[in-house]
Ligand binder design. Sequence first.
Ligand code: PEP
Ligand code: MG
Length: 581
Amino acid sequence: MKETKITGLGVSEGVRIGRAFVYRPIRVEDAEERRTDDPAGEALRLREAKERCLKDLEELVAHTAATLGEDKAVILKGQMSMLNDPSLYPPMEQLIESEGWSAETAVRRIVIQTAGLFESMASEYMRERASDVRDLGSRLLLHLRAREGARLSDIREEAILVADDLSPSDTVQLDKRRVLGIVTRIGGKTSHTAILAGSLGIPAVLGAGSGIDAIHSGDTLAVDGGTGDVVVHPDAGTMREYGDKMARQEEAKRRQEAFANREAVTVDGFRAEIGANIGTPQEAEGLIGIGAEGIGLYRTEFLFMSRSSMPDEDTQFRAYRSAAEAMQGRPVVIRTLDIGGDKELPYLDAEPEANPFLGYRAIRLCLGQQELLATQLRAILRASAYGNVKIMFPMISGLQEWRQAKAICEEAREALRRENVPHADKVEVGMMVEIPSAALQADRFAREVDFFSIGTNDLVQYTLAVDRMNERVADLYDYFHPAVLRLIKQVIDASNRHGKWTGMCGSMAGDPMAAPLLVGLGLHEWSMAAPSVPKIKEAISRLNAEACSALAERVLDMDTPQDVRRELKAFLAGIGGSLQS
Ligand code: PEP
Ligand code: MG
């Protein structure tokens, strides 16, 4: 096979060589509606699909129990009993035999109807079953069409996952031990898939476009999640080259790990706090071991997105408490729901919008549905009794929004006090700065907030008018743009003047090339994808803060992002720093 190379956006560093697993999910809604002249034949097809499905599930249960644990296997066992339940399979047969519909149509209709029924139930546990029914429906359709690669759980061996896109629930389920790398057709540098791949430490190339059509399951791939290169059928020379890159990265990783459990202090004594971003409470486990001094951003929307109905207060409370406890008294900044943009909630009937990133998202939606925000705030405040919890509001564009959100928080706190529900006496409340208007008014906000956290992922998109998801304008998306840097400086200066602290939780914080600049600007806290923590600690420990201040001053006066990058590279070369991951 001839070697071919495709290029996308490198969004999560690391080099891997492995076999492709091409993932093509089937959604029940996509199944065709068709009549049949041969009901008996269709009923037989459905019966055979059911048998294959049961056999498949049986194997999968055994495999899952052995590799991922009994609790994950229980879900699959539940699907097996559903398939044998009189309320599911017999009605499908009936649609075929008495009404003359095809097997696919019967699966589609009964699954949608049953899932709808579950979704309307009062019990959260029952509502959650809706996704199991849908999952089972896709399995049946898969067997009816005899198509491979429709399920992520079919990845039984180490593989590089190739897909059009991955939904948040897909990404949350990924088994880090088996997924060596990710390659997708669409997706930008800071899409949810990029964020999750980064926090799981899985090398990823997104936005590879139609290039991925050339990849088939089983093909050998060499992937570089830093440069965005994907080589299909690599020849001997490429295999050697990628093998060498892997060896160099392993070496750098070992070197950086030595910094994991040290403080990030520059040679002249500037102390930086280094935390990690998480999307699920499970990610909090093990963070202390890799040197994270806190959680600078807990993206709670993943808790909402990976289910088929709204999590109630207790469910949320358990998740937040678990993250707080895992960090044993270190700070845990919990961000309220940031839904909208590229993050949809299927059960929250959102109207389609022409510009979702400029639309009804994050705090706007929460202020429009205050019950939702109040419930989440109660859950977070209750978790504050179990650790050092802080609250952060996303996408604040003006003081009015901040004051409204803060007032709802105060009401929730007051209600807990009245009800005698345990919560910490003092919980810091801060905001993300990710909209230029908030950065420009940072001096006003600084009087009222406890802290800022700069979200460069959005701040760059809104300052430069560059869609963070669109690979065609990815060249313009650059946090080293002097306009973005000026905004960052304004925020840090304003917080310093008011005795508040500023963190950064956008991807810029995890870039070692940005470290000297951020030290020079006097950033207090960095929060990043967990695997980057040792790397940034190492980068900061090599710096001299005074030299960094002079560097920041020079850079802020530059014309273009290219000038800034050149200056930063020269600075790092001058101190013998390495940019290698
Ligand atoms: C950001 O915008 O930088 C940020 C951290 O938030 P998110 O990536 O979740 O939008
Ligand atoms: Mg954001």
